[in-house]
Each structure stands twice: as C-alpha cells, then as structure tokens.
Ligand binder design. Sequence first.
Ligand code: CA
Length: 325
Amino acid sequence: MSDDRTLPEKFVSGVVAHINEDHRREMLDLAHGLAGQRWAREAELRHADRDGIELVLRADDREEPLRVPFDAPLDKPNQFRPALIALIGRARANLGLPEPTEEDDDGGRNLGLSAALYRYLLATSVREPELLRRLREETAQMEEGGMQIGPEQGQFLALLLKLLGARRVLEIGTFTGYSALWMALALPEDGKLIACDVSEAYTSIGQRYWQAAGVAARIDLRLAPAAGTLAALLAEGQAGSFDLAFIDADKEGYAGYYEQCLQLVRPGGLIAIDNVLWGGAVADDAAQDADTQALRALNARLHADERIDLSLLPLGDGLTLARKR
Ligand code: CA
C-alpha cells in the first residue's frame, strides 16, 4: 500500500472525517476499529460531539486526558488535523510513550505475525481476483479503510462457503462490500447473500464492484439496522434456512446478532464472527471500553454455549467459527 501517512495522521484523519458527518456512533466504532493498532489502543476516544472530542492516552497506570475543541471550521478538517496530531504527540511525550513504529501498523489485521511473515502469507497463499484487489485498494484509500477485512480472511470465507456447499448466506456489516464480493463469487449461480448495513455511502462502493463482477443478482442488500432485518427474516419463517452468517458490525450489537443468526442458520451451518480478539484488547485488563467488554462477554458466552461447536482462530483480528449443532 502506498499510504505513507504516520499512524497518528491516519487515526486522526479517520476521526475527523467522521466528525464532519456528525455520526458520533460511527466515529466511536471507527476509533475502536482502529484499536487493533497498538498506537491507537493507547488513545481511547471517550466522547465526541459537535463541540469537540475527548481522548484519553494511557501508559501503564497513568492517563493523560485530552480535550480537543473544534474551533476550526468543521468543513475544513485539513486545518484541524495538524493541530490535533501535535497535541497527541505532546501527550504521548508526557506519558513517555515511544514513537509508533511500522510494526505497530499491522497489529490489528494479523495478530502475532510480523509484517514480513504476513507479507509472505499473502504472497504464497492468497489468490485474489483482480476486481477484489481493486475494491480492496479503493477502500484502503478511505479514511475508514482499516475496517475492511484482509484478503486472506476473504479467501477463507469463500473456502468455508464452498466446504459447506452454501447457497444462502447472511452478512451483518457490509461496509464497502469486499467480504460480500468474496462470498458472492463463492456461491452458485442461484445462491443468495443477504447483506445488512446502514450506510448507503459505503455499500454503494461495493455495488459498483458487484455489478462489474456479475454477481449483483446474488446479493440482496438491506439498508437498515441489521437487528430489524434479521427479525423480519425470522418473522417470514426463514429460520434454519441459511448456511452461513458472517458478523462484522457494531461490537455491542454482536450478542444480539449472534442469537438471531443462530436461529436463522441450519443445523450444521456456521456463524463466523470477526474482530473477536480486538487487537489483543480482550486480554488487556486495562481495556474497559464498551466494545471490548462486549466482545469479552460474547467470547465467554460462546465458550459455554452447548448449542454450537466452537473454534476461535487467530486469523486477522480474531475470527470465531460457531457451528450450529
Ligand atoms: Ca472487522
């Protein structure tokens, strides 16, 4: 990738991009989505509204709160960005935190692998079709690009679909449509993927590529909160009719999506859940934000859930596979 911005720049520009849309919820998701980067995990976004944002930087048992008011015009993030980066840099220095390194950049996407080993894994195992590569690269240019799964995960989902002989698939959280495209390409001609997302802006990017790949007819995009879409499917009598559900959306919603998907997949069907290791935060007692707590609680709950066979893979940011018994 040709993005040569520093990690603080990427984090802050992502946050600022969302402030302009005034989507506090999405902004927090974004901040936590970036939590896999060790750099970002030290800087927790506590609060955000039209007047400014509050960050807390941590090192060991010390915290450095940062109140960042928006006195720059909200439609001119470029003026605001350098000031915020400088502010965070000073707070880091106060805490004695080291400068972020290139290695930190890969922390969220390929846990436990060095950058070199991850590159090797990609180079020697991933067969990413041209359109998927282009969609992934287009998404990576976006401020929120870190929310996208890696190519090795997309290929793995496609493999799972083929192993299951899947014809009907659910996706909770579609973003720019990269995982949906991997899965749609792995479905038979008459297969169906119901893609749930709330963002028309993000999913419209995916739709261009779904069309170009000739699989748009297999993807049924539902632009609405997923809990409502899943409830409607259940009300229509579609319980037990799906082969696989992929959950990769708002983390506090995971437990609810899981219960609904468990009803919607058939016995022997699979639920795949992304980001379950959350950049390592789930094993870090200092991380007590709502998303981390939700993921921790879900992981513990699945461990004790007798309705499923279970495996948690350290793939990407942690991928749980739950097979309905
Ligand atoms: Ca994800």
